[in-house]
Write a protein that binds this ligand. Structure first.
Ligand SMILES: C[S@@+](CC[C@H](N)C(=O)[O-])C[C@H]1O[C@@H](n2cnc3c(N)ncnc32)[C@H](O)[C@@H]1O
Length: 144
């Protein structure tokens, strides 16, 4: 179960055999490892690198996650990451976004890539009185 690095990994760890977190900032990975130790999240491991580099490597090596969680910057996910997600065919993809336009663009590619259907879209008004909105989208594998 690869995820955005820190918070989601720790919440998910008790429910999964294995959780892998990816993050480009090394200090964030150190924090994640420390948090995992302090919270007894033994199945969580964390990797410094780009998700669009590491996930395709893992998929080529046979890694098949049940669930993928992404929480990208405002620019959205790299195309190579979306391609790797399509190849991995997880049962569920949870996409947390702070930019509805890149979220829509990435979901279009994922839905047109086949294999997924849209399950839910949940905006969260974390920044009242501003134009910003967080949004959580769940895509599920077709046939589920
Ligand atoms: C919106 S924040 C999400 C933070 C995340 N929820 C967490 O708990 O660590 C986006 C994060 O993606 C990281 N990031 C940016 N580009 C990345 C990439 N290509 N691969 C992996 N992480 C990336 C940023 O450093 C930032 O911490």
């Amino acid at each position: 179960m690869p995820t955005a690095a820190r918070a989601p990994s720790l919440w998910l760890a008790p429910h999964a055999k294995e959780v892998r977190g990816i993050e480009v900032v090394p200090e964030a990975i150190e924090d994640a490892r420390r948090n995992a130790r302090q919270n007894g999240a033994a199945g969580a491991s964390f990797y410094v690198g780009k998700a669009e580099t590491l996930l395709p490597e893992w998929i080529r090596a046979g890694f098949r996650p049940d669930v993928i969680v992404v929480d990208p910057p405002r620019t959205g996910c790299d195309r190579a990451l979306l391609t790797a997600i399509l190849a991995a065919q997880p049962k569920r993809l949870v996409y947390v976004s702070c930019n509805p336009s890149t979220l829509a663009k990435d979901c279009k590619m994922l839905l047109e890539g086949g294999g997924f259907r849209l399950d839910s879209v949940q905006p969260v008004d974390m920044f009242p009185q501003t134009a910003h909105v967080e949004c959580c989208v769940v895509l599920v594998r077709n046939g589920r």
